[in-house]
Structure formats: structure tokens, C-alpha cells
Design a protein. Structure first.
Length: 486
């Protein structure tokens, strides 16, 4: 639990080589990082092992809780190598061939200003004449004019420089790539072996994709939570089913902004956050939030507004990618992001948030523990409580309480260290690990003493406590009480 908790929305930082030192990660943590992201699109197992070791070293030394999220590379399409290894310039209006399924290694097919290899062999079968192919995050647009055998001929829509191994997107096309690649499977099992807390699964298109990862986790990884990254139209079309199956969602605006018309991204973001809020599922907003800070010491006004709007919309977490992975100002980026979140949170109408979520929650799915937690939030609003204390074995009590967005901070007491790390992503929740869940009154007293030390509460404040009558038994939350802090 941080020294002085003010912020409810959590911050995820991507760890690149520049900050992957004990002091580098410590600086990010002190600036406000709650979660370390490992981007498995880049890096070796040796590198990721060193990140995990540094994160855990900092957490132990500072007595902080820092979660670890493994972000898979996922199924992706890339262009191949170029002659001489140098970029080529594509002129608007020129014909350009995509040779699909060729050997894209340095010893294989080499492209030039008229052609390039693509590692997706079935691309001619799924494409149609007139469809668009977007390369390098959409910087180069190609329109398909002919499909013959393994070659897709296109016309360049805008001039631009093409480098090697650039990403390829096929907007509006249902690709038949596997949801979980062989590399992803190895990476996930590596993460399970190292004890990561979350798997962020790239390019989730159906609920079956989530189930496949759940099966892969097996018994050893059954406690790992799965975050479905929504990055294309198919994922949006199947969103409700994916949300039901996953533990949370990442609004991955990078590829999403290439796969669907860019003017529709903001609407998709708001809709996904809203549905996650109503379902009580974790939601992360990601990509280009403070992108200019990769090079500049201050963000743009639009970026600040973007972060603030995500908080207003109801996101649990905001994420930094290149800003901390390779940027010149990683600590400054975390610091300003934290300030923006706090500013947004202070102007929220929490009673209205509670009413909104309660009104739109599916009453058919309500359980006794969730009803008790919702009542705890309402009680905290009504009596002006400074803190809500939840005692939980699995983290569900904290999750249910966070769903209803109280103004008061939520102190999550648990004996399970992984549950505590996973609760760290929930909005407004700050975990505290104890040796045992036996002795409810003693646990509550210790929690309130810790809250006083951390200046979360003071003598005379009210605390709402949520627990179960049967100690150390999961799923038995049925007790709510209000305590005056002595």
C-alpha cells in the first residue's frame, strides 16, 4: 500500500531496457507505477527474467505491491526483408506486389520498390479486389487490384517509406491465423513458471480464444487472470461473449485504430469501458496516451485530455507503452499521468456513478456477496465513510466493491499474495497481505491501524467493513458494519 494513497485509477508501465534496472523500476514505482508490463513482441526470456527479478526486488525492498502483466505477441502479419536491408520509397499510384507465404528470412525472398514478401500464406484466399492493405501502423495504404496465385497486386494509395518486417493490417477481413501461436504458448508457459499475475492476450477475436488460453494455463496457472485485447472488428463484433469469458479487457487502440475506421475508435473505447463497468470486469485503456513524451518532457493538451476522459469514462487502468519502454522521460510520464488521474477523479460525481452502474447491472447475475458490497458502497456514500475495508480470500469482494465506484478508498485484506497483486489493478483498491484470515476483528483493527499510519484515515472517521461470518471460507461474504475509528 503506497505511503499516501490519492489516486484510484492504476498505471501500467511497459518495461524496456532503458528502465530495466533496480533503480529504474524503483523510480517508476515511486512516481506511481502499479503494474509492470512485459511486451513479448520484443525481448528474450533472459531479458524478461531480469525484469521480473528487478520488479520483485523493488517490491520487497519498498514493501509495495507491484503486479506483473505478460502481453503476448499474438498472431500478426509482417512484411519480409529488403534488398540491402535498407528502406525503399513507394510512390503513390505505383503498382506494388505482395508475395504471400514466401520465406521472409534474410536468406529468403528480398523485396524492393516494386514488391515485398509477406509471411501470411493464406492472404490471397481471404482478400478481395478493392480491399485495403495497411502497412506500418497504417502509414502506407495499398488497394488490391489483382489476386493471382500467391501474389496480391496492389496500387499504392499514398507515398511513403517502407522498412523491413513492418506490420500488415487487413481492415474488415476475417483472417484465419491461430489465436494463440506456438510462440505465444511457449511465452505463456514461461510466464506461468515465473509467476506472472496477468496474461494480456493479443488479437482476441472470439470467446473460444480465451478458453484456449485458459486451458493452456492448466492447474499451475489457474490463478492467472486473462485480459482480452480487442484489436479488430471481429473482436468488437464478439465483444459480449469475449467479456463473459475473460477476466478483463484491454482497449488496444493501436491496431484497433488501423483495423477499423479511425473516427470510430473513440466510440468503441467508450462502449467497451461502459460494458466492462456494468459487468464488473477490469478494463485497461492503452496506446499513445502520452505518446509525445517519448521525445518531449511535457505531453500535449490533447493527450492530457485523453487520459482524463478515460478516467471519466470509467477505466480501471491507463497504460504507458513507448513512453516508459524507450522514451526519454519515463518517470516524468508516470508522474504527469498520475496527476491527471487524480485531477479527473476529484471532479467525479460518485453518487451518480454508483446509480449508473447499479441501474445497468444485470440483476439476474447478482449474488449475495455482490449485493452486500453494493450496499457497503451506498452506506459509505450515505455516512461519509473515509474507507471501505474488505476481507477476501479470492479477491471477489474487492472486485465487487470496486465495481460500484465508491468515493472512499478500498482496503483489500487477503492472505493470498497473488490475489493482492491482482487486486492492485482494480480501481480504488489497495491491497494488504496478512498471514492468515482467521480472527476477523483482529484483522480489521490491524487494517485500520495501517490506514492511520498511511494517513488514509484519522481518529473519528468512519469505516465500512465487508466480511463473511465464516472466517477464511471463500464466497461467504454476507456481513456489513460501520466502525468509528478510534
Amino acid at each position: 500500500m503506497p505511503g499516501l494513497v490519492k489516486r484510484k485509477c492504476k498505471i501500467i508501465c511497459t518495461i524496456g531496457p532503458k528502465v530495466n534496472t533496480h533503480d529504474g523500476i524503483k523510480a517508476l514505482s515511486e512516481a506511481g507505477m502499479n503494474v509492470a508490463r512485459l511486451n513479448f513482441s520484443h525481448g528474450s526470456y533472459e531479458y524478461f527474467s531480469s525484469v521480473i527479478e528487478n520488479v520483485r526486488s523493488v517490491a520487497a525492498e519498498s514493501k509495495q505491491i507491484i503486479s506483473i502483466l505478460l502481453d503476448t505477441k499474438g498472431p500478426e502479419i509482417r512484411t519480409g526483408k529488403l534488398q540491402g536491408g535498407t528502406p525503399v520509397f513507394l510512390e503513390a499510384g505505383a503498382s506494388f506486389e505482395l508475395h504471400c507465404g514466401v520465406d521472409c528470412s534474410p536468406e529468403g525472398f528480398l523485396g524492393d520498390a516494386t514488391k515485398v514478401g509477406v509471411d501470411y500464406g493464406n492472404m490471397p484466399a481471404v482478400m478481395e479486389i478493392g480491399k485495403e492493405v495497411l502497412v506500418d501502423d497504417g502509414l502506407i495504404a495499398l488497394k488490391v487490384t489483382k489476386i493471382e496465385g500467391s501474389v496480391v497486386t496492389t496500387v499504392v494509395q499514398n507515398s511513403g517509406e517502407l522498412g523491413e518486417t513492418k506490420g500488415v493490417n487487413l481492415p474488415g477481413v476475417s483472417v484465419d491465423l491461430p489465436a494463440v501461436t506456438e510462440k505465444d504458448k511457449k511465452d505463456i508457459l514461461f510466464g506461468v513458471d515465473r509467476g506472472v499475475d496477468f496474461i494480456a492476450a493479443s488479437f482476441v477475436r472470439t470467446a473460444a480464444n480465451v478458453r484456449e488460453i485458459r486451458s493452456l494455463l492448466g492447474g499451475k496457472g489457474r490463478g492467472v487472470r486473462i485480459i482480452a485485447k480487442i484489436e479488430n472488428q471481429e473482436g468488437l463484433d464478439n465483444f459480449d461473449a469475449i467479456l463473459h469469458e475473460a477476466d478483463g479487457v484491454m482497449v488496444a487502440r493501436g491496431d484497433l485504430g488501423v483495423e477499423i475506421p479511425i473516427e470510430k475508435v473513440f466510440r468503441a473505447q467508450k462502449e467497451m469501458i461502459r460494458k466492462c463497468n456494468y459487468a464488473g470486469k477490469l478494463v485497461i485503456t492503452a496506446t499513445q496516451m502520452l505518446e509525445s513524451m517519448i521525445e518531449n518532457p511535457r505531453p500535449t493538451r490533447a493527450e492530457c485530455t485523453d487520459v482524463g476522459n478515460a478516467v471519466y469514462d470509467g477505466t480501471d487502468c491507463v497504460m504507458l507503452s513507448g513512453e516508459t519502454a524507450k522514451g526519454k522521460y519515463p518517470v516524468e510520464a508516470v508522474t504527469i499521468m498520475s496527476k491527471i488521474c487524480i485531477e479527473a477523479e476529484q471532479s467525479l460525481d460518485y453518487q451518480r456513478e454508483f446509480d449508473r452502474i447499479q441501474t445497468h447491472s444485470d440483476k439476474r447475475l447478482l449474488t449475495v456477496p455482490e449485493v452486500v458490497c453494493a450496499s457497503a458502497v451506498k452506506t459509505a456514500h450515505d455516512v461519509g465513510a473515509s474507507i471501505i475495508v474488505t476481507l477476501t480470500e479470492t479477491g471477489r469482494t474487492a472486485k465487487f466493491t470496486s465495481k460500484y465506484r465508491p468515493r472512499a478508498h478500498i482496503l483489500c485484506i487477503t492472505a493470498n499474495a497473488q490475489v493482492a497483486r491482482q487486486a492492485m489493478l482494480l480501481r480504488g483498491v489497495y491491497p494488504m497481505v496478512v498471514g492468515s484470515m482467521i480472527g476477523t476483528d483482529s484483522l480489521i483493527q490491524r487494517a485500520l491501524e495501517a490506514a492511520k499510519i498511511k494517513k488514509l484515515v484519522q481518529v473519528g472517521n468512519l469505516a465500512v467493513v465487508v466480511s463473511g461470518m465464516r472466517e477464511a471460507v471463500p464466497g461467504t461474504t454476507n456481513s456489513l458494519r460501520v466502525i468509528t475509528i478510534q
